[in-house]
Write a protein that binds this ligand. Structure first.
Ligand SMILES: Nc1nc2c(ncn2[C@@H]2O[C@H](COP(=O)(O)OP(=O)(O)OP(=O)(O)O)[C@@H](O)[C@H]2O)c(=O)[nH]1
Ligand SMILES: [Mg+2]
Length: 428
């Protein structure tokens, strides 16, 4: 089965720890602090690779994990950064946060990349904390945890033109003669299990991307056959080319075929019917083809029909010109017909901290504070002395915690519990 929607766990590398070390040199009796910083953890990154057309590579990878950063070393040496994990995906891949459904990235351009999980920052080594007050700090920071999240990866084919129609009508054959794509072609239904893309050159300098989509059948919009998962690919095509087997090799009536497919498209999304549709009357070499196409034209006098024998590349050049013209018209309209999934990328890492702050009053003058974001910082700190506590308090203020508490009614002198520590809120 073609995989076009997968859920995975992504884990960026943790930052390396900063270390505590002191210089020990001849002639330097009291060596200064020299513990180096930890290296940053690697990030999990998704990048477009135009050679890929499916998400199959991701199928057996339930966990995407980037390398951890390395711990700092003596002599103020930085730990090495963890390597990023770069995952190559096809054009048209959409990545969402599975829990919030927020769009992390919508990869619609060649070469586009997006950071899906950010690597943790490295912790600072003790030499960074040396000050006039404390010339020999004996503490260092832990590295920050790499981001960890569950993601949903979806592939939505990005093609200008989509070939639709019943199975075995010759869609793949058509794509194979107008482009360099090599889709599988056979005389049994559902030969094509996943969309194939091909770059088509019209011959007058214009070109476009054509998608050969798996065959549709009646009730496809309700999930029958390969079902709705491919109808969503069709949503992104600017022009639809409806291929009909005029030779009626499968003993169906081609005119009925045409109506059934249109009906399925309409059931799935009524807007699809507003899109330009070009009809290809294929297999014109068949016995009944001439009669059938005559009936078709009588019934639909306004529809432009292109008669072809895709098998031997006959009748296709006029079709390509027509597609080119229709696309030009669509572009001039400037309307975005593709599915509305390019919401702004709302993924944030450092902004909007207050959103996850929670404060709860337990008793008079006693509060409990919670925050996932602060937890990440909290884990980085060893409360070995007053200095680190002060730094933590400073961090809280910088992140807007003081203001948040004040807004929520915490008063000067109240006690606030956070994790396993208690502190007094001093509103100064
Ligand atoms: N006689 C004749 N046979 C054709 C023509 N075009 C395609 N075929 C044959 O029809 C059969 C199906 O062709 P495909 O291109 O695989 O059809 P498809 O629409 O991609 O089918 P699915 O992938 O199953 O949806 C193959 O055996 C082709 O050789 C044509 O113009 N004339
Ligand atoms: Mg096919």
């Amino acid at each position: 089965m073609f995989v076009d929607k997968i859920t995975l766990e992504a884990k960026a590398g943790d930052g390396g720890n900063g270390i505590v070390a002191f210089r020990r040199e001849k002639y330097v009796p009291l060596g200064g602090p020299s513990g180096g910083d930890g290296g940053a953890g690697g990030s999990v990154i998704f990048e477009v690779d135009t050679n890929k057309s499916t998400l199959l590579d991701l199928r057996y990878q339930h966990h995407l994990k980037a390398e951890n950063g390395f711990n700092g070393k003596a002599k103020k040496m930085h730990g090495a950064s963890g390597q990023d994990l770069v995952v190559y995906v096809p054009l048209g891949t959409l990545i969402k946060n599975s829990d919030t459904q927020e769009v992390i990235g919508d990869l619609v351009e060649v070469g586009q990349r997006v950071i899906v999980a950010h690597g943790g920052k490295g912790g600072r080594g003790n030499y960074r904390f040396a000050s006039a007050k404390n010339s020999a700090p004996d503490f260092a920071e832990f590295g920050e945890d790499g981001e960890e999240l569950s993601i949903t990866v979806e592939l939505r084919v990005l093609a200008d033109v989509g070939l639709v129609g019943f199975p075995s009508v010759g869609k793949s054959t058509l794509l194979s003669v107008v482009s360099k794509a090599k889709p599988e072609i056979a005389d049994y239904p559902f030969t094509t299990l996943s969309p194939n893309l091909g770059m088509v050159e019209v011959g007058d300098g214009r070109s476009f991307v054509m998608a050969d989509l798996p065959g549709l059948i009646e009730f496809a919009s309700e999930g029958k056959g390969l079902g709705t998962q491919f109808l969503q690919h069709i949503e992104r095509c600017k022009v639809l080319v409806h291929v009909i087997d005029m030779a009626a090799e499968d003993q169906r009536d081609p005119l009925e075929d045409f109506e059934i497919i249109n009906n399925e498209l309409k059931q799935y999304n009524p807007d699809l019917m507003k899109r330009p549709m070009i009809v290809v009357a294929n297999k014109m070499d068949g016995d009944d083809a001439k009669d059938n196409v005559k009936r078709f034209k009588e019934k639909y006098p306004k529809i432009k029909v292109f008669e072809t024998i895709t098998l031997i590349n006959e009748g296709l050049q006029p079709l390509l010109y027509e597609i080119g013209d229709q696309l030009d018209e669509e572009k001039n309209k400037g309307e975005i017909l593709s599915a509305p999934i390019s919401e702004e990328v709302v993924f944030t890492f450092d902004e909007k901290p207050k959103d996850d702050f929670k404060i709860e009053q337990i008793d008079k003058g006693l509060w409990r504070f919670e925050s996932k974001r602060i937890d990440r910082r909290f884990k980085q700190i060893e409360f070995t002395d007053e200095y680190s506590s002060m730094r933590f308090a400073h961090t809280l203020r910088r992140m807007g915690v003081d203001e948040f508490m004040r807004e929520n009614g915490v008063k000067d002198g109240d006690t606030v519990i956070y994790q396993n520590i208690q502190f007094t809120f001093i509103d100064s």
